[in-house]
Ligand binder design. Structure first.
Ligand code: XUL
Ligand code: CO
Length: 441
């Protein structure tokens, strides 16, 4: 088969001294970190939508990138050309997973029966392509936000007929995920929210979202889906207020409706910052609740109020992310680059350069997070900070043996407690910098 990206070679690890732009400087798939090769710590995935579909169209102008891959857009020939391009791309980068929405794979027809027939055809084609490679699906999802029928939501829509379309899409997307061996299935509720309470029954809408999710779990399990379902929290955009605002909200929702055994979180960095949190905050909240599933690896722009989906570049953030991931014992999912090139980076080479940047940033984050853990100063500080609970009255509190009255009596005897020890944030940040940058003379 003719190469689609003839100007880009297979990308290899050459190390930090290399000036070759088509080489990894930090991502060395076989390098062992804390007992595991990098490629196992970092199951990277290609996002079908950004990489193979998005052309850079924005609210003010049409696309700048040509993603036709030599075929006429809107045809099945184009759908297949995207598969060819995607597999050449993943092989050249050594990426072993991909993520997709149903409508990323084929053009949607007016009749859902025809759309589903197209999905069958393209998934047969993808299965053929997967043979002889180690490339698999990380997760699948249904796009329940693009088509005008979802203007009021999918699970949360006011129209029972639209709810049925959402059910039909979820069913088919689950069939495809299972067919392609997917590890997970994502619900991102882009239109599950509201613009004004004046026309919205929030309780009813949330109950219906839970109903759709329960049906998805029961159907998925019936066809042999053993992976995790994920909620991908995001506070806003496109809706003014989205129900899955952040990890804490989504976890509360899952528990309220008895969905917490089947679902975990898919945390996206840029969604975290839109919610007014850091990426690592969302990871920590997920992980302490046993719900850290997968990651949409990207970054936002603090000066812009929307989801810019940039390739990860911020090594501090990637290090803090990998610190959380290592502490959680890894992901059951993977690292999906829900990221796109900036509009002026419109060439085929830029597609590769974006992924090289993202993969190297996370590889550096992994190396540095492992060093922070091995260094041990931060862990030791945190342990010491709570040491007053290891004996005496503190121990009684955490053993659930103390009463409020007893503690009040204890406090009265103390008169005034000593101030709690210093938080030492500046010291800890210096440790962080020292581990990141080492000796520098
Ligand atoms: C949108 C977003 C989605 C989900 C999948 O902000 O992140 O692409 O990842 O629907
Ligand atoms: Co995402």
């Amino acid at each position: 088969m003719k190469e689609i990206f003839p100007s880009v070679p297979a990308i290899r690890y050459e190390g930090a001294g290399s000036k070759n732009k088509f080489a990894f400087k930090y991502y060395d798939a076989e390098r062992v970190i804390l007992g595991k090769p990098m490629k196992e710590h970092l199951p990277f995935a290609m996002a079908w939508w950004h990489n193979l579909c998005a052309t850079g169209t924005d609210m003010f102008g049409r696309g700048t990138a040509d993603k036709s891959f030599g075929a006429e857009e809107g045809t099945m020939a184009h759908a297949k050309a995207k598969v060819d391009a995607g597999f050449e791309f993943m092989k050249k980068l050594g990426i072993r997973y991909f993520c997709f929405h149903d409508v990323d794979l084929v053009p949607e027809a007016d009749d859902i029966k025809e759309t589903n027939r197209r999905l069958d055809e393209i998934s047969d084609y993808i299965l053929e392509k997967m043979k002889g490679t180690n490339i698999k699906c990380l997760w699948g999802t249904a796009n329940m936000f693009g088509n005008p029928r979802y203007m009021n939501g999918a699970g949360s829509t006011n129209s029972a007929d639209v709810f049925c379309f959402a059910a039909a899409q979820v069913k088919k997307a689950l069939d495809l995920t299972v067919k392609l061996g997917g590890r997970g299935y994502v619900f991102w509720g882009g239109r599950e929210g509201y613009e004004t309470l004046l026309n919205t029954d929030v309780k009813f809408e949330q109950e219906n979202i839970a109903r759709l999710m329960k049906m998805a779990v029961s159907y998925g399990r019936s066809i042999g889906f053993k992976g995790d379902f994920y909620i991908e929290p995001k506070p806003k955009e496109p809706m003014k207020h989205q129900y899955d605002f952040d990890a804490a909200t989504a976890i509360g929702f899952l528990r309220a409706y008895g969905l917490d055994k089947d679902f975990k979180m898919n945390i996206e960095a840029n969604h975290a910052t839109l919610a007014g949190h850091t990426f690592e905050h969302e990871l920590r909240i997920s992980s302490i609740n046993g719900m850290l599933g997968s990651i949409d690896a990207n970054q936002g722009d603090m000066l812009l109020g929307w989801d810019t989906d940039e390739f990860p570049f911020d090594v501090y953030s990637a290090t803090k992310c990998m610190y959380e991931v290592l502490k959680a014992g890894g992901l059951t999912g993977g690292f999906n680059f829900d990221a796109k090139n900036r509009r002026p980076s419109y060439t085929a080479e830029d597609m590769f350069l974006g992924y090289i940047l993202g993969m190297d940033t996370f590889a550096l984050g992994l190396i540095k997070a492992a060093q922070l853990i091995e260094d041990g100063r931060i862990d030791a500080f945190v342990k010491e900070r709570y040491a007053s609970y290891e004996s005496g009255i503190g121990k009684k509190i955490v053993s659930d043996e103390a009463t409020l009255a007893e503690l009040a009596e204890y406090a009265a005897k103390l008169g005034a407690p000593a101030l709690p020890g210093s938080g030492r944030q500046e010291y800890l940040e210096s440790v962080f910098n020292e581990v990141l940058f080492g000796r520098n003379e």
